[in-house]
Design a protein around this ligand. Structure first.
Ligand code: SF4
Length: 136
């Protein structure tokens, strides 16, 4: 890992190995660090976005539980159904680059978009009506 010291790597490995996270004081003990060094180390890891620090109460004392922060580089899977907007007039509109609020071509005043939206609303109402009458 670039930009990470050996000490930080060691701390990350220890945090990663603990399934539920690790108390920061336990981490310091495992690494033979005093509280000042340990705090600085943890704050550096938090600042780099590598570690998440959550305040917890253990034996009546306030401390922090450390866990590995999820990286933003992890792939995120999101399913989006665009089938209902495939026929939107904007998709093939020659004015799309000039269209915007208060422009000559304005989506709030566009008859093509208005007609398309009204047709969608009618179709949706029709579907609801059909499903309502067939479920009776
Ligand atoms: S709102 Fe109307 S003018 Fe604007 S991009 Fe869509 S279809 Fe074209």
């Amino acid at each position: 890992m670039a930009g990470i010291s050996e000490l930080e790597k060691k701390a990350l490995k220890l945090i990663e190995e603990s399934s539920d996270g690790i108390l920061q004081s336990d981490l310091w003990k495992m690494m033979n660090l005093d509280s000042r060094e340990g705090s600085r180390l943890v704050l550096r890891l938090v600042k780099k976005g590598l570690v998440k620090r959550e305040q917890v109460i253990v034996n009546g004392r306030r401390t922090y539980r450390l866990t590995i922060a999820k990286t933003t580089s992890e792939p995120v899977s999101v399913k989006i159904d665009i089938s209902t907007i495939l026929d939107i007039p904007c998709a093939t509109c020659p004015f799309i680059n000039d269209c915007g609020p208060r422009n000559f071509h304005d989506p709030r005043l566009c008859p093509l978009l208005d007609r398309w939206l009204r047709a969608k609303i009618r179709a949706r109402s029709h579907e609801r009506e059909i499903s309502r009458t067939t479920s009776i």
